[in-house]
Design a protein around this ligand. Structure first.
Ligand code: FES
Length: 199
């Protein structure tokens, strides 16, 4: 050993910085991944929640709107005015209201009666044949006299008559809501015939 060596202090040992080993890096990467995946999952659940909330709200609003417009079938009234008696010549079966109201109005020397244009077999609309003085059903061939009584084909009974009267303004008033059956004596009821002599 030299003299100089004996005088100089021994320099402290310098430690080189520790380099983190592989497992720490892996742990940090795993933690970051986990955080990222947690965020994505949270985001997903929030979006899904809003989606279902929107669906429920939309359904509720649709139901509310549907409630404000109820499903009601607006049918034409059973009661209608059929014009003045003078418009119907004696002896005529008028087809004027068949397409619109499904009713024939028949004028006799004593007054009026109205027949519902609905076959008593299966409900088809018969046709008035003036040259043959009868109603004929095009579906299965039932035939009816001009007063509505059946005489051929499968129809089991006469055509129905409907209520007839006079309105306040003097027009003929028909009420299809009240039917009269021949077989039950309904045609003899006062509402089934409008007595009126020709002027
Ligand atoms: S529906 Fe008129 S004869 Fe059958």
């Amino acid at each position: 050993m030299s003299a100089e060596e004996g005088l100089l202090p021994t320099p402290p040992e310098v430690k080189s910085p520790e380099i983190k080993k592989g497992p720490d890096l892996k742990k940090r990467a795993f933690t970051e991944d986990k955080e990222a995946s947690l965020y994505t999952r949270r985001d997903f659940f929030i979006k899904t929640g809003w989606y279902f909330f929107g669906m429920v709200l939309s359904s509720w609003l649709l139901g509310l709107v549907r409630y404000m417009f109820p499903r009601v079938l607006f049918e034409p009234s059973n009661i209608f005015k059929a014009g003045f008696p003078e418009e119907y010549p004696v002896g005529q079966v008028s087809t004027r209201w068949v397409s619109e109201q499904r009713v024939w109005i028949s004028r006799t020397p004593e007054g009026f009666y109205a027949i519902l244009a609905r076959c008593t077999h299966l409900g088809c609309t018969p046709i008035w044949l003036p040259s043959e003085d009868k109603f004929k059903c095009p579906c299965h061939g039932s035939g009816f006299h001009r007063d509505g009584v059946n005489y051929e084909g499968p129809a089991p009974r006469a055509l129905d008559r409907v209520k007839i009267g006079l309105a306040d303004d003097g027009q003929i008033l028909i009420d299809k809501g009240t039917l009269f059956q021949y077989e039950k004596g309904g045609w003899d009821k006062p509402e089934a015939f409008l007595k009126m002599l020709p002027r």
